[in-house]
Ligand binder design. Structure first.
Ligand SMILES: Cc1ncc(COP(=O)(O)O)c(C=O)c1O
Length: 370
C-alpha cells in the first residue's frame, strides 16, 4: 500500500464532504481597536487574577493529575449562577461545561446529529452552527429569517415540520443581527420538533427578556447553551456551558473527550463565578455604549437593526467591504458579514469602552461623510 501524498493540500485525503469548505475566520489584527468578535472590552479585574495566582499555587490543583472529568464543582457553581440569574431551579446534573460554547454545541451535534441526520437553523445566524454540523457529518438546512431578521412561530414551525430536523438551533439574541426571538416562538418549535432544540443564549446577559431555561421543565429535549466569553469577559479562558435534562447531560458524556476541561479552565471559571457581581458590572457599561452607538449611527443616516446584544448590525452599504477597509485604515476593526446569506450590505460592530466607541463613531462619521 502506498502512503497518500501530502505534497499539496488538495491531494490530502480529506473527507469528501469537507472539500472546498472554508474554516471559520474572523481577522485577528493587532494594534487596532477590535470590535469584530463581540468580546467584552473590559479585561478581568486584578482581584480575579490574584485569586487565580493563589489557586494555581494550591496543592489541590496538582497539574501532574488529570482534572475532574465531570467538572462537578464547576457545574455546581454554574447551576447556582444560572438558577439565580434565570429564576429556574437547576441542579448540577442538568449543567454541562466545555471549552467554549462552540465545544458544547459540537458535543450536542456529536451526540444528537451525525451522518444521516439533519440540523436546521434560521439564517442569517451564527456561522459556526453549519461549520459544526459539517465537522460532525450532520446535514445542514438553513431556513431564511424574515427580511427584518425576525422569526415568527408560524415560519419556524412550518420549517421544522417540513424538514423534520434532528437538531434545531434558535439563537437569541441572534448573532449577527442582535434580534430577539420571543419565548413563545421557542415553545412552538419545541412542540413540533421531532428531535433536540438548542437555544443558543450566548448573549443572554445583555438582553432584557426571560431565558429559555424557563421552558426546560416542560420540554425534555430542549437545550439552553451559554458562554462565559461575553458577559463574563472570559473569551480567552474558553468556558461554555449548557442547561438541559440530566439525561441530555448523560448523553453528552458519551462523546466528550476524557478530561476535556483542563484543571486551569475549571478553576478560572469557578473564580469568575465567585466574583460574578464584579464581572457582570461591565454588562451595564457595555449596554450604555451599545445604546450610544444605536443613537449616533442613526444620526449619520444609517440603519441599525434593533438589538438586545452587545453588538449591532449597521448599514446597508452599497460597498460594505470598502467601508470595512476605510474603518480599518482609521484603526477600527469591525466585522464584514455582508457575504452571508441575507446580509448583503451590512456590517457588524460590538460595543467597546467609551474611548473605543468614540473612536469607532468618529471614524464612521468621517467615512460616511467622505
Ligand atoms: C451565538 C454564539 N454562540 C456561541 C458562540 C461561541 O462562543 P464561545 O465558544 O466563545 O463560548 C458565539 C461566539 O461568538 C456566538 O456568537
Amino acid at each position: 500500500m502506498t502512503e497518500p501524498s501530502v505534497s499539496g493540500r488538495s491531494e490530502l485525503p480529506v473527507r469528501d464532504d469537507l472539500r472546498g469548505k472554508t474554516p471559520y475566520g474572523a481577522p485577528q489584527i493587532a494594534d487596532v481597536i477590535q470590535l469584530n468578535v463581540n468580546e467584552n472590552p473590559y479585561p478581568p479585574p486584578p482581584a480575579l487574577l490574584a485569586d487565580l495566582q493563589r489557586a494555581l499555587g494550591e496543592p489541590g490543583l496538582a497539574l501532574n493529575r488529570y482534572p475532574d472529568r465531570d467538572a462537578v464543582q464547576l457545574r455546581t457553581s454554574l447551576a447556582w449562577y444560572l438558577s439565580d440569574r434565570t429564576g429556574v431551579a437547576l441542579s448540577m446534573e442538568q449543567l454541562w461545561a466545555a471549552n467554549g460554547s462552540n465545544e458544547v454545541l459540537q458535543q450536542v451535534l456529536q451526540a444528537f446529529g451525525g451522518p444521516g441526520r439533519v440540523a436546521l437553523g434560521f439564517e442569517p445566524s451564527y456561522s459556526m452552527h453549519p461549520i459544526l454540523a459539517a465537522g460532525t457529518g450532520t446535514q445542514w438546512v438553513g431556513v431564511p429569517r424574515a427580511a427584518d431578521f425576525t422569526l415568527s412561530a408560524e415560519a419556524a414551525v412550518a420549517a421544522v415540520q417540513e424538514h423534520r430536523p434532528d437538531v434545531v438551533f434558535v439563537t437569541t439574541p441572534n448573532n449577527p443581527t442582535g434580534t430577539v426571538t420571543p419565548l413563545d416562538v421557542v415553545a412552538a418549535v419545541c412542540e413540533v420538533a421531532p428531535g433536540m432544540v438548542v437555544v443558543d443564549e450566548a448573549y443572554a446577559e445583555f438582553a432584557s427578556g426571560p431565558s429559555a431555561t424557563t421552558l426546560l421543565a416542560e420540554h425534555p429535549r430542549l437545550i439552553v447553551s451559554r458562554t462565559m466569553s461575553k458577559a463574563f469577559a472570559l473569551a480567552g479562558a474558553r468556558v461554555g456551558y449548557l442547561a438541559a435534562s440530566a439525561d441530555v447531560v448523560d448523553a453528552l458524556r458519551l462523546v466528550r473527550l476524557p478530561y476535556h476541561l483542563s484543571a486551569i479552565t475549571q478553576v478560572v471559571a469557578r473564580i469568575a463565578l465567585a466574583r460574578m457581581t464584579e464581572l457582570l458590572e461591565t454588562v451595564e457599561w457595555v449596554k450604555r455604549q451599545r445604546d450610544r452607538m444605536v443613537t449616533e449611527i442613526g444620526q449619520l443616516g444609517l440603519t441599525v437593526v434593533p438589538t438586545d446584544a452587545n453588538f449591532l448590525l449597521f448599514g446597508p452599504f452599497d460597498e460594505p467591504a470598502l467601508v470595512w477597509q476605510a474603518l480599518l485604515d482609521r484603526g477600527v476593526l469591525v466585522r464584514d458579514v455582508s457575504s452571508g446569506a441575507g446580509l448583503a450590505g451590512w456590517l457588524r460592530v460590538n460595543a467597546g469602552t467609551p474611548a473605543e466607541t468614540t473612536a469607532f463613531l468618529s471614524a464612521l462619521e468621517e467615512v460616511v461623510k467622505r
